[in-house]
Design a protein around this ligand. Structure first.
Ligand code: NDP
Length: 249
């Protein structure tokens, strides 16, 4: 385990039970970070924590539904109670149920807004006072290329949530320079995870499986997150966009 700017950092990750969050937890813990992991599937979080600690890493696990502000506060408090500070939060939890607007999947619209926007804001709210007091911190938000281009038909509401993530991250960057808080937005495309399985129509899931044939591993996003974290404190990576080389979207 080499010493880097990641070693000993206290990093909270939401949505750590699979995909990008899990991969990031493994990579950062392997580099010596102390990770605090939250998601709803506590069995998967527990297994991940065991795996990281068996390998000599430091990990705490929490049952966290990011749509519940109290859960997100408990996750952050758990990390601070154990380690005395928080250096980084990766607001990663997200869902992508795809459907045309005319299908009026209003409950799915609500859920996307609740998880992708409000859940992320609860993460910001939980860490901001602590980071302001510390006069240091790093907020990393996971958006999407669908936050640059509207992915329609089907991804209109998902895109709207990811445009919001980019706007929120840019605003945080502008508002918290004086607090020495870094803000980074990472925008992936077509990463091989369970995300496209979240659509309610089987035909849509089938189309997405076709589209995701060129998908790249979650580890490619984890490496970008690690790169942003390991910069010297006066260097802020603001935006990273990562696509499969073969993707034209
Ligand atoms: P996964 O489906 O593998 O991971 C999503 C994670 O979010 C899971 O750990 C899930 O955990 C968690 N999650 C969902 N709802 C909640 C909730 N209410 N509370 C807490 N956690 C929740 O997909 P990815 O790893 O691909 O997704 C990670 C991020 O990357 C998302 O923000 C996604 O939008 C973004 N992204 C992904 C792309 C891709 O192609 N895969 C492309 C662009 C962006 P659990 O169900 O256990 O709660």
């Amino acid at each position: 385990m080499g010493i880097s700017n990641i070693t000993e950092k206290v990093v909270v990750i939401t949505g750590a039970s699979s995909g990008v969050g899990e991969s990031t937890a493994r990579l950062l813990a392997g580099k010596g970070a102390k990770v605090a992991l939250g998601a709803r599937r506590k069995d998967r979080i527990d297994a991940l924590v065991r795996d990281i600690t068996d390998k000599g890493g430091s990990a705490l696990g929490f049952k966290t539904d990011v749509t519940m502000r109290g859960d997100v506060e408990a996750l952050v408090k758990g990390a601070v109670d154990r380690h005395g500070r928080i250096d980084v939060i990766v607001n990663n939890a997200g869902i992508m149920p795809i459907a045309p607007m005319a299908a009026l999947k209003v409950e799915e619209w609500d859920r996307m807004i609740d998880v992708n926007i409000k859940g992320l804001l609860y993460g910001v709210a939980a860490v901001l006072p602590i980071m302001q007091k510390q006069k240091q911190g790093h907020i990393i938000n996971i958006a999407s290329v669908a936050g640059f281009k509207v992915f329609a038909p089907g991804g209109t509401v998902y895109s709207a949530t990811k445009f919001a993530v980019r706007a929120l991250t840019e605003g945080l960057r502008m508002e918290h320079k004086a607090d020495n808080i870094r803000s980074t937005v990472i925008s992936p495309a077509a990463i091989a995870t369970d995300l496209p399985e979240g659509s309610s129509e089987e035909a849509t899931r089938k189309d997405l499986r076709e589209f995701y044939k060129i998908a790249i591993p979650a580890d490619s996003i984890a490496r970008a997150i690690a790169y942003a974290i390991e910069q010297p404190a006066d260097v802020e990576i603001d935006e990273v966009v990562i696509r499969p080389t073969a993707l034209d979207f």
